[in-house]
Design a protein around this ligand. Structure first.
Ligand SMILES: [Fe+2]
Length: 289
C-alpha cells in the first residue's frame, strides 16, 4: 500500500488496496472502475466546486428515486449506458434485438386474453398488434408469455397520471396460443418526453438536448428454454425516431402500423371502427437460459 500520495501513483495504490478481494469479478470491476475514474479526473481536472456539484447531482438523482420513479435508470438511459449494457448482453445473431427496459415497468401487468384491449380509456387511434413468437429455427413457441406496456395517445403511462388513467391502462400480460401467435388491441401510443422534473431533466436542459422518445410499445417475452427478451416495437414514422433521447432505436424494431379499412377485418379483430391500424411483428427468441 502506497504511503506517499502522488497523482502518478494514486490509481495503482487504490487498485492495490483491492488486491485481496476474494471475488475475482468484483476485483476486476473495481480495478477497471478505479483506473477509468482516475483517468477521467486527471483528464478533466475538476475544481473542488465542480466535484461538489457532481456529488450534489448524484445525491439529487438518488433522492428523486422512489417506488415509481427511477432517476438512476433515466441517467443511465440518457448517457447511452443502458443500451450499451443491453446490447453487450444480447448479441443475438438472428434473434429479435433487445432494447432498454425503461423506467415505467413498475407494476405487474394484468393478465389478459388474446384479443383483449389494453386500452381502458377509449381515446386515440385503435390498432391491432399481432405476431408470432418463434424460436431461432422458426418453430413456434406456444405458451410464450408477453408482458406489454405502453404510453397512451397523449404520451403518458398510467403511473404518471393516477388521477386521469385507470391503473394498468396500457398494460397486459398475454400468453401466445398453440401456434405461438399473439394479438391484442390497443391505441397507437404517442411519442413522449422522459420525466424532466429531476436532475436528468436539468442535465438535458443544460446540454441543449431534447427529452423525447419516439412512439413505442414495450415487450418482455419469456418462453421455456429461451433467453428472456426485453424489447420495444417502434412506430415507423414517429417523431424522434432518429433522435431517441435514450438511444434505444434499432432499425429491426421499427414496425409499420398500416391503415386497415376492411370492415370484415375490423369485425375479426373486434375493433369498433374503420379505419384502424395494424402492426405485425414476429418475435424470434434465442435458445438458452
Ligand atoms: Fe416507454
Amino acid at each position: 500500500m502506497a504511503t506517499d500520495f502522488t497523482e502518478e501513483t494514486a490509481a495503482d495504490a487504490v487498485i492495490e488496496s483491492f488486491a485481496k478481494t476474494p471475488d475475482p469479478r468484483l476485483r476486476e470491476l473495481l480495478d477497471s472502475l478505479v483506473r477509468h475514474l482516475h483517468a477521467f479526473v486527471k483528464d478533466t481536472e475538476p475544481t473542488i466546486a465542480e466535484w461538489e456539484q457532481a456529488i450534489e447531482f448524484l445525491t439529487a438523482t438518488g433522492q428523486k428515486c422512489d417506488d415509481e420513479r427511477q432517476e438512476f435508470i433515466l441517467l443511465s438511459d440518457v448517457l447511452g449506458i443502458s443500451m450499451l449494457v443491453e446490447t453487450i448482453n444480447n448479441r443475438t445473431g438472428g434473434a429479435t434485438e433487445s432494447t432498454v427496459l425503461g423506467p415505467f415497468h413498475v407494476v405487474k401487468s394484468p393478465r389478459r386474453e388474446l384479443g383483449d384491449t389494453i386500452d381502458l380509456v377509449g381515446t386515440g387511434t385503435p390498432c391491432v398488434v399481432r405476431g408470432r413468437v418463434l424460436s431461432a429455427d422458426g418453430s413456434p413457441l406456444p405458451g410464450a408469455e408477453l408482458d406489454v406496456w405502453q404510453a397512451n395517445d397523449q404520451g403518458f403511462y398510467d403511473v404518471q397520471q393516477p388521477d386521469v388513467q385507470p391503473r394498468t391502462n396500457g398494460r397486459g400480460l398475454f400468453t401466445a396460443d398453440d401456434k405461438g401467435e399473439f394479438w391484442f388491441r390497443t391505441v397507437v401510443p404517442s411519442y413522449y418526453p422522459i420525466p424532466t422534473d429531476g436532475p436528468v431533466g436539468e442535465l438535458l436542459a443544460a446540454t441543449g438536448r431534447h427529452a423525447f422518445r419516439p412512439a413505442h410499445i414495450h415487450f418482455i417475452v419469456t418462453a421455456p428454454g429461451h433467453r428472456d427478451l426485453t424489447t420495444h416495437i417502434f412506430v415507423a414514422g414517429s417523431e424522434y425516431i432518429e433522435s431517441d433521447t435514450v438511444f434505444a432505436v434499432k432499425k429491426s424494431l421499427v414496425v409499420d402500423f398500416n391503415e386497415v379499412t376492411d370492415e370484415v377485418l375490423a369485425q375479426k379483430w373486434n375493433v369498433g371502427q374503420v379505419p384502424f391500424l395494424h402492426a405485425d411483428f414476429d418475435i424470434i427468441m434465442q435458445p438458452g437460459s
